[in-house]
Design a protein around this ligand. Sequence first.
Ligand code: ADP
Ligand code: MG
Ligand code: MG
Length: 948
Amino acid sequence: MKELLGGKGAGLAEMTNLKISVPPGFTISTEACVEYYRRGKTYPPGMWEQALLALKRVERSMGMRFGDPASPLLVSVRSGARASMPGMMDTVLNVGLNPRTVEGLAVKTRNERFAQDAYRRFIMMFGSVVMGVGRERFEEILKRKKAELRVLSDTDLDAKALRELVVRLKEAVRKETGQEFPDDPFEQLRMGINAVFSSWYGARAVTYRRLYNIPDSWGTAVNVVAMVFGNMGETSGTGVAFTRDPASGEATFFGECLLNAQGEDVVAGIRTPLPVTALAKTLPRAYKDLVSTYRTLERHYRDMLDLEFTIQEGKLYMLQTRVGKRTGIAAVRIAVDMVKEGVISKQEAVLRVGPEQLSQYLYPIFDAVEEGKRQPIGKGLAAGPGAAAGKIALTPERAVDMHARGARVILVRQETSPDDIHGMHAALGFLTARGGVTSHAAVVARQMGKVCVAGCEVVEVESSTTVRIGSHTFKEGDSLSINGFTGNVYEGEMPVVESEVIQVIQGKMEAKRSQKYRYFSTLLGWADEYRTLKVRANADIPEQAKVARGFGAEGIGLCRTEHMFFAEDRVPIMQRMILARTREDRERYLEQLLPLQKQDFIGLYREMKGFPVTIRLLDPPLHEFLPKREELMVEIARLELTGGEPAMIEEKRRLLLRVEELHEFNPMLGLRGCRLGITMPEITRMQTRAIIEAACEVAREGKQIVPEIMIPLVGMVSEMKAQKDLIREVAEETMRRKGSKLSYLVGTMIELPRAAVTARRIAEEAEFFSFGTNDLTQTTFGFSRDDAAKFVGFYMRRQDSCPQCLSPEVDWKEMICRSCGTVIASKPVNILDADPFEVLDREGVGALMRMAITEGRATRPDIKLGICGEHGGEPSSVEFCHQLGLDYVSCSPYRVPIARLAAAQAALTGAAVPESRGPAGRPNRSAKGRSRRSGSRAHRSRSSRTAR
Ligand code: ADP
Ligand code: MG
Ligand code: MG
């Protein structure tokens, strides 16, 4: 239904079916919009006639007629796409007013002021949204009128003043557009519908779609709804509410309203509204209805909802409902609570949280001790959780600028609007002076996962470069801290500490003292019940292994041994080893490294308490351990000039010589990976000894250890065999010497196309495969990971929009953007949809993986399969790994929770196991309910990834 009617239309239809009080109306489908564009902006045949028929029905049920001065029906023309795009599309209220119907409305409502106010609002809205007159132009006229009459508030303007205002506003329309403001209600309706259709390709909507991967092809629906009025006096009002707190997830009814106002006023954050609960006192009947309505709706939708409503002279009307946007923290809490309330199943709870949303639990928070010492300089609404400290930007452009130069930015605005979206994207957090928890800033913060304090009344943005907060004046670039959990604002940059969840994992806080941790671990515990894919971590040192275990890692999928040699006390030994000319010399230094390396492994094994540990032999090109050539040359010159010790100079010279010898044109394809161990077998010997000795020693403590020794960058089975034979020999000898016996595996990374293609042969030697998808992506695409950023960004640009501001308003003849004025050098082409180093390329790299799996299993049906590239923690790649039937994914410790949830979702959405699963395969998982909501998923992962 949503596809056809858009979110808003579907919600209205659903509420009508539930017998909830909704003003009558009708919806023009998204298909009509798509058709409209296909036909070069003309209506599909019959659409207008059908709309008129539907309008007749609305007239009948309201007992009023559109354009009839005696009893005028007014309508709103509202946009509504499939996915909610807050504030991105335009809505026009009060359509149907003209000089005659406004008089009729005045008579009928016995409220001349109200009628004139509705009319002036209509002209302002229709004039700007539909006819393209700048909103400021109207605001100016309004301001001037108030000044003339010496009144402060809009509500102080009487009927006469408003009537004069109407004349001036219409005049402004004539001047600006050269067109009369239309008086014919049907003409107004037609123009309104066209404007909603057009807003689908408005710059704001387009930017939003690009940001959240919403396809252009969806189109928007148009909802035409009979007007009800929240601005008919003090028994009327309008509001926005959430059935639960969208920031924390707490199960309390939550929202805000304004009396004697029209909807826009709350949404736009123009006046700071009252909490919705205040209605209990002022309009108890309507409030009672509202509470029972929200309960009915929440029960029906079985999810947290956001609601828009209007009260006309004490009677409640619902104007919108949809599943509410929420922070990651709230998403988890709501899902868990709803299971406990018996509303949804555990499976549904697991499916409801976007894996990336979990990272909000890991964001730093302010140091409680430090925060306790400081006096807040302001307090607003806690609208987006987290702590943000950074430099003030007062315009979105400056925010983008400062962010580009590496600053952490806090965007401070009087209020934000959809035009600020680029600046909000660049900022860590937002602070606004006006607007409540449902204001634009708050909605966007929740969605993008940003920190937000909204409606902080002591904030006064004085100019585009200074802002006053209480008694303090700040300039752009000054430091500020905002706490999105409490709404507190502080001067300067406050130190941050680890989140509660991380503190619990590090043992600095008791689990039972952290409610957040409990929700987090409950949901992940459920995820574990459904996933079949194991999750390991990439960890090099015991400390990381400990964090990984805390996050639920079931082993180490990749220990990069080279990282251990970068330690300060080891690099010099490592360098001497590399410089050595003879094997004997090398062995001497390796002998010194051995006990250190062994200690590392002992630490890892102990932390992993019996879970598997995959250790990769030395992989990087050796020059990475040596100083840079240029630096050495400078140093030698300096020593010579200052009369340095000759022995020292001599040593540096030798170093330089060796550095020059080791220089490679293409080090990533040079002497590295297994090529090191083959040309310098003593390195492999030392590492194997360390691995096995450590295992023997820890085994004596009663822990069972099965080390998995992984050989990097194998392309040929002969390479694999050479290294494996050596490892076997050393391992056997070591065990004999130690007097113990333990099992261990020898396997390889699959990170070269040749390895994937010849996996059948390689599996003759390798006991496991671990897909090294970083290198495999590099070598499959022929993209250097370190240099790809230069063109991958360009490859991902959309074909139809300005590469600078993404607006589609580009003059392709003149090659200039009509929106931002950028001169475009060449037409952007959309070559890649996603960065393949971020999201696993299923088509190419994925095909090689699939082949390697099939071929590997042909030789060794029970071969153990995993992935240890960066992709192992990226939700869509995890899903693919599940589909391929891998045994585990391995990712950085902090992404382990994300991978656990993604793996559970992949299992629950029933991604079928492909045919490549050999005879040893598991039974096919049945395709369970819920198809993949790729749209919303891409959406979520994007939003939190870009957060920090
Ligand atoms: P958005 O997509 O930006 O939320 P809406 O179409 O929901 O836009 O319209 C914005 C506001 O206008 C709503 O919150 C509602 O209060 C008000 N509104 C829309 N239609 C009507 C109507 N028929 N009667 C009264 N108010 C309306
Ligand atoms: Mg709305
Ligand atoms: Mg590699």
